[in-house]
Design a binder for this molecule. Structure first.
Ligand SMILES: [Zn+2]
Length: 170
């Protein structure tokens, strides 16, 4: 497929077309949305403005309230992308990952909660691999932080130390 055809298909998919007529009130001659002739250059400028940012934030807040799973999915996928970690989980599969109790502390998990310790975070079992089905489990934030920051040796060492303290108290 040629580049031109690719762009054409993308435009059809996103309901856009190159406007072949007068420029918009700001003088843009770029692509427009088909149904309302909205200028995409103006749209882009708006989304970069302060008002645009406030609009995007309000939209995200709304999504978080109305569809917390979708919001979490977007957030995690975006984080993975910025950290350059492979993400290959579809939203449908994402919703099927069992979330009941933290596999480490056995505490009840919640997507969003005042007590962030027990908020669910998606942990990669093997951190050398990306986010893929079979390599991810829901885990409490607290367990994930400990798992991600300390080696088994360090955790054991702290455990041994705390045990000797306990024994000395007796
Ligand atoms: Zn414009």
């Amino acid at each position: 497929m040629t580049k031109k055809n690719q762009n054409r298909e993308l435009s059809i998919k996103n309901n856009l077309k190159t406007y072949q007529g007068e420029s918009c009130h700001k003088g843009h001659l770029g692509i427009r949305r088909i149904h309302n002739h909205e200028c995409m250059d103006c749209m882009r400028e708006y989304l970069r403005s302060d008002r645009g940012h406030a609009y995007k934030r309000a939209k995200q807040r709304q999504l978080k309230e109305e569809n917390p799973f979708r919001y979490k999915f977007n957030q995690l996928r975006h984080n993975a992308k910025t950290r350059k970690i492979l993400w290959s989980i579809s939203f449908e599969d994402f919703c099927m990952i069992p979330m009941d109790r933290c596999p480490v502390f056995n505490t009840k998990l919640n997507l969003y909660n005042d007590d962030m310790f027990h908020n669910a975070t998606l942990d990669r079992t093997n951190s050398a691999k990306g986010y893929e089905i079979g390599n991810v489990v829901w885990m409490s934030w607290r367990a994930n932080v400990i798992k991600g920051n300390y080696s088994l040796y360090e955790i054991k060492a702290v455990e041994d130390y705390l045990k000797t303290l306990e024994e000395n108290e007796l």
